[in-house]
Design a protein around this ligand. Sequence first.
Ligand code: HEM
Length: 141
Amino acid sequence: MNHSPFPTPNPDRYTEEEISQLVHTFYAKARKDPSLGPIFEAHVIDWDAHFVQMTNFWSAQLRGTSRFRGAPMPKHIALPELTAELFERWLQLFKQTTEELGNPDLQQHADAVASFIATRLWQGYQMNNYPDRQLVALHTA
Ligand code: HEM
């Protein structure tokens, strides 16, 4: 049974080409963004490798492939000065991207996964970096 809040990943629903478009379109926006752009430029050393990593990640989430090898939580915990606003901006750009891709099925699925993971990453970030502060919720709508 599928208890997750989003559909089961399925390789027949979307193509690798769509996943690749998702990643590249998102990063075209994120790198130009005044608040997120400098963070990515400061911390991504090898963009080709990052694109492969992110394509593998989204392919796993949406298509159920198993190429992704990574550890998103510690990598984000290690980034300095992340805030709820930055995560909300990230989600806003992601949702603009999925809307532009023009596949409503992918849009709904990817947006749900992104909101879920953003919430988890931000929670983990706060628990590790600000253990004495009250948790700040993310507005994902
Ligand atoms: C404020 C929001 C965010 C910022 C500034 C951010 C920034 C970054 C940066 C700089 C890296 C590269 C880290 C490294 O290689 O050392 C990274 C990796 C990654 N990010 Fe984010 N990110 C954000 C939110 C998200 C969200 C919401 C997701 C998923 C829905 C996500 C998924 C990933 C994944 C899968 C990786 C690769 C992790 C790995 O290599 O193990 N990120 N992110």
